[in-house]
Design a protein around this ligand. Structure first.
Ligand code: FAD
Length: 462
């Protein structure tokens, strides 16, 4: 073959979806991946972490069932088995992506790729190299764990999510540095299985970046679960001791020393843009992120980039959607590929779950007058029936036309409920239109309708 139309570097949710869409549109496509198909999402992120979260939920439900007359005796955790199931789920995910490559006729190359003048050069594990010629290169290399100076990861005591997702030892105590999505999900998992957990967050609320009411409500729920949350605290120092470590953190009240068997570093992710030959090729990079235009094209016309490598939203579904769109641009069926950040749902999968789409209340208020409607799950029949009464739905709408500007939810099942709010934003729906949509009873989705009714000034059940 004289060369491919497209070579995709990285088979995460951005790269593999882009390759499939490109093939559907008739482009001869190859993918290069240096680890396993599925990327961080399938192997070390979304999927294996959700397997652990599901088991944490199940264990809690069995443990707490006695209050409802459901008594499980002799309940205990076989954590190596829990971890093995999570790894098995990740493995099936990777195999599934490999199957999709075969099904779609996509050439799959294992190795580490760098940009070359007419495509990429691939370094294989056995020391050999291979050159792949292509008219277009799509960079989808994702991101790696961000680290803090003084918090060197050793895989024994100090870990990132990556090591934690492969560690079959259940710790008795954990300090989690970082109260973002990854930090709170792991805090919930460890605490559910009986560990003493402290979450240390520099910002004034958990889940910084989301509407502050969500993080505040989550901190209250964590408190009820016995998880300690230290807000406005900065990591200062780590000292290893015999079996664990002591972590010094500084807050307004001074320095606290936290001793634990395990320290999880969850302070965000950094784009993997080094070692790709970007500088030699003339691809512009800012603070590690590859710079792209509206078409997701880099400063080199034949090189494109998506996903965590470009940001600003580092989420799997954002990467996949960019993948679809950039493939369509390369195939010539669309011209603009950039995503509207305010239309991308953000979800956190601990219990209670957290989900949002659109502007926070503060962001919306900066743009004009708004109405805010809230509905607590404790007032909802389905939530009472299932025993999941924590949390609320908050709808922020334009005061004049009632258009949905943002929806913020915390509670059981909200990561699924947020899809309706996303559709509402895509359709530029109003609170009246959500209110006029008949929602089945009893369902958790009624909470969104009730919050929309409240924003429209005609709440029924509160
Ligand atoms: P990645 O998934 O990072 O894939 C990039 C791929 O490129 C990797 O497989 C890598 O091996 C490969 N690669 C890198 N360099 C090269 C090279 N030079 N040559 C060949 N291959 C290369 N997001 C969500 O939306 N929902 C969640 O619930 C969620 N949970 C998460 C939980 C955890 C613990 C973590 C760490 C992340 C989570 N994320 C979640 C974030 C999500 O995983 C990322 O946003 C997503 O994986 C980004 O996709 P991507 O395709 O850009 O890159």
């Amino acid at each position: 073959m004289a060369g491919y139309d497209l070579v995709v570097v990285g088979a995460g949710p951005g790269g593999y979806v882009a390759a499939i869409r490109a093939t559907q549109l008739g482009l001869q496509t190859a993918v290069v991946e240096m680890e396993r198909a599925g990327g961080v999402c399938g192997n070390w992120g979304c999927i294996p972490s959700k397997a652990l979260l599901a088991d944490a939920d199940l264990y809690r439900a069995m443990r707490d069932g006695a209050s409802r007359g459901l008594i499980a005796e002799g309940l205990r955790v076989d954590f190596p088995k829990v971890m093995a199931r999570s790894r098995g789920v990740a493995d099936r995910q990777a195999t599934g992506v490999e199957f999709l490559f075969k099904k779609n006729g996509i050439a799959y190359h294992a190795g580490r790729a760098r940009l070359a003048p007419n495509g990429v050069i691939v370094a294989h594990d056995d020391g050999t190299t291979e050159s792949i010629e292509a008219r277009n290169v799509l960079l989808a290399t994702g991101s790696g764990e961000r680290l803090l100076p003084g918090l060197e990861v050793d895989g024994e005591v100090v870990m990132t999510s990556r090591e934690a997702l492969a560690d079959p030892r259940l710790p008795a105590s954990v300090v989690v540095i970082g109260g973002g999505a990854v930090g709170v999900e792991f805090a919930y998992v460890y605490a559910s299985f009986g560990a003493a957990v402290t979450v240390v967050e520099l910002a004034a609320t958990l889940l910084p970046g989301m509407d502050p009411e969500l993080g505040q409500e989550l901190a209250k729920a964590f408190h009820r679960q016995g998880i300690e949350v230290l807000l406005g605290h900065r990591f200062e120092q780590l000292t290893r001791n015999g079996t664990g470590a002591t972590v010094a953190v500084r807050g307004e009240g001074g320095v606290r020393a936290l001793t634990a068997e395990r320290v999880l570093v969850a302070v965000g992710r950094a784009p993997l843009s080094a070692d790709l030959g970007l500088e030699e090729a003339g691809v512009r990079v800012e603070r590690g992120f590859v710079v792209v235009d509206e078409a997701l094209r880099t400063s080199v016309p034949t090189v494109w980039a998506i996903g965590d490598l470009v940001g600003p939203v580092m989420l799997a579904h954002a990467a996949s959607e960019q993948g679809v769109r950039v493939a369509e641009v390369i195939a010539g069926t669309r011209t603009v590929a950039a995503l509207d950040v305010a239309a991308i749902p953000m979800c956190v999968y601990c219990e209670p779950e957290v989900a949002a789409v659109g502007l926070t209340e503060a962001q919306a208020r900066e743009r004009g007058e708004v109405h805010v409607g809230r509905f607590p799950f404790r007032a909802l029949g389905k939530a009472m029936a299932t025993g999941h009464t924590e949390g609320f739905v908050k709808v922020v709408s334009g005061a004049r036309h009632g258009e949905i500007l943002g929806v913020h939810m915390i509670g059981h099942g909200v990561t699924d409920l947020i899809a309706e709010a996303g559709l509402a934003r895509t359709l530029e729906a109003t609170t009246e239109e959500i209110a006029d949509t008949v929602h089945a009873h009893p369902t958790l989705a009624e909470a969104l309708r009730e919050a929309a009714l409240a924003a429209a000034g005609r709440a029924l059940n509160i």
